[in-house]
Design a protein around this ligand. Structure first.
Ligand code: CA
Length: 515
């Protein structure tokens, strides 16, 4: 366990006038740091201590950026809590730097490979899964029943297939399918069915009377195999007499696909075939100094190896958008990013809210004062490479390099949309802790703090808190994450979430109306 260490704080940038307390459980008044700073009052772990005297209205600086303004005068060595910091306005979208600081390409990183399942469309799976897609919630329980029977009675005969899953959701019935925004949930469901880990063998269960018809969700023109053999099982079709025949029909269609999936074997693939989705959830003030920068270092390694790296969560990049438009590969990419930010500003405004609705009670307890501070820590995940592309929610990503795949920050909605974007590996950083996992792809969880990694020893895969205590560098943990990604992608190491079968539900993003 962590021994009691001498008082320690982390100042990210030399311009910062606040730092965060590293010690587990916080520090009492009178604690003296190596720098000579002495605490005038107790400061909780991860919360901010002032490094200079501040007058009311003075900027509060962390990550070298203004995260807000002091609402009262405080002496050096004080606890600056969230209620003492007033948030600034979000950066305006009409006067942003466009590709003004595009980073030069990073040196290529060759020779890294993993063992994956290559698909006909060129994508690569890190698992070999049969999925039954659904057009409507009405069929979810029936499909769930069939999946249980398939797993118990058929799957043991097909040992090369890892799992059988149902892609269920609450869309399809009573939705305004002609609404402009319906395109988002519809394409999300289509692209989920095409995720590289599902082997190009879609099977769709439909009720029959629903608004979202199978031909709209997954047209037969999507894949050659869909034109060649039936892929839709409709419960209301007159050929099915009773529940037993519906289940039997699903099992028969499933078995044909299991036979083909079972013939697949892992082959050596370059690291460039990885599509790694990055996300954070339950963030704290350590996220931006330990787990996220380490993941950002790993993201740079992946980009250097030619892979695709997805980062997302619009409200968590909104306040750092000026840094990202400057980093865009060209002006069009910057414009695409601004388009996604503006769409989300409008979406939030319709609900009479803005991006400041984001930080959660747990984020604040973890020392994050506001969305500006959270965003500056969040974008550290994106590393230092040029932003190569931007996609809308639920769109499939085919481009290499660092891609902003626009999604809400909600863990399950973001994860679902990254799966639709064709993610085949997921890395998730957390400070407060979450047992989050997905059935479709492995989820590597990285803790921002060592006490969390120790307390949740059988849920957290990587401890990035060692960066805060000085026991590891950002580069050390970044390489550790990179190597772990290759091992997990090869099926040589099982994440804790997969070990326990902790798989959250798919959550669609439906900004459109329901009738
Ligand atoms: Ca999230």
């Amino acid at each position: 366990m962590t021994e009691q260490r001498e008082p320690r704080y982390i100042q990210v940038d030399e311009r910062d006038n606040v730092a965060i307390i590293v010690n587990e459980g916080g520090l009492p008044a009178g604690s003296a740091f190596a720098s000579g700073l002495v605490l005038l009052e107790a400061v909780p772990e991860a919360h901010k201590v002032t490094l200079t005297d501040l007058a009311a209205g003075d900027p509060v600086i962390r990550y070298g950026s203004v995260i807000g303004y002091a609402t009262r005068s405080v002496k050096r060595g004080s606890w600056l809590a969230e209620d003492s910091i007033e948030s600034p306005a979000a950066p305006a979208l009409d006067n942003l730097p466009m590709a003004t600081a595009t980073p030069a390409p990073l040196p290529s990183l060759d020779g890294y490979t993993f063992q994956g399942y290559r698909n006909d469309d060129g994508t690569v799976g890190t698992k070999n899964i049969l999925a039954i897609s659904t057009t409507v919630q009405c069929v979810a329980a029936t499909v769930g029943y069939a999946v249980q029977r398939i797993k118990a009675e058929l799957l043991p005969r097909y040992p090369n297939v890892d799992d059988v899953i149902a892609i269920t959701h609450n869309y399809g019935c009573g939705v305004a399918i002609q609404a402009k925004e319906a395109a988002i949930p519809v394409r999300t469901l289509r692209n989920l069915s095409l995720n590289p880990n599902l082997g190009g063998e879609p099977l769709v269960a439909s009720l029959g009377c629903e608004k979202m018809q199978p031909a709209q969700m997954l047209p037969s023109s999507t894949l050659p195999i869909l034109a060649a053999e039936p892929y839709v099982m409709r419960l209301q079709d007159e050929e099915h007499h009773g529940f037993g025949e519906m289940v039997a029909a699903l099992m028969e269609m499933a078995e044909r696909r299991l036979e083909r999936l079972n013939r697949r074997v892992r082959v050596t693939c370059p690291a460039s075939d990885l599509v790694v989705g990055l996300q954070c959830g339950g963030s704290d003030a350590f996220s931006g100094v330990t787990a996220n920068p380490a993941l950002g270092f790993a993201a740079d390694l992946l980009v250097r190896a030619g892979a695709t790296v997805l980062f997302s969560e619009v409200t968590e990049v909104r306040d750092a958008v000026h840094l990202l438009t400057a980093r865009a590969a060209n002006e069009q990419v910057a414009r695409d990013l601004i388009r996604e930010m503006a769409w989300y500003d409008d979406y939030l405004a319709k609900g009479d809210i803005d991006r400041s609705a984001n930080p959660s009670p747990g984020n604040k307890k973890g020392g994050l004062a506001n969305i500006v501070e959270k965003a500056l820590g969040s974008v550290a995940k994106a590393g230092t490479s040029a932003l190569s592309g931007v996609t809308g929610p639920g769109e499939r990503v085919t481009q290499k390099g660092l891609i902003f795949a626009a999604t809400p920050a909600s863990d399950f909605i973001c994860g679902t949309l990254q799966l639709a974007a064709s993610m085949n590996m997921h890395v998730f950083t957390t400070g407060r802790g979450t047992p989050y996992g997905l059935a479709m792809v492995p989820v590597i969880k990285v803790a921002t703090r060592t006490p969390l990694a120790q307390r949740w020893h059988d849920l957290i895969d990587v401890d990035a808190g060692r960066i805060a205590t000085g026991d590891a560098t950002i580069e050390d943990v970044g390489w550790e994450i990179f190597h772990l990604i290759l091992k997990v992608a090869s099926g040589e190491h099982t994440t804790w979430a997969d070990r326990w079968g902790l798989h959250n539900e798919y959550a669609l993003f439906n900004p459109g109306p329901v009738t």
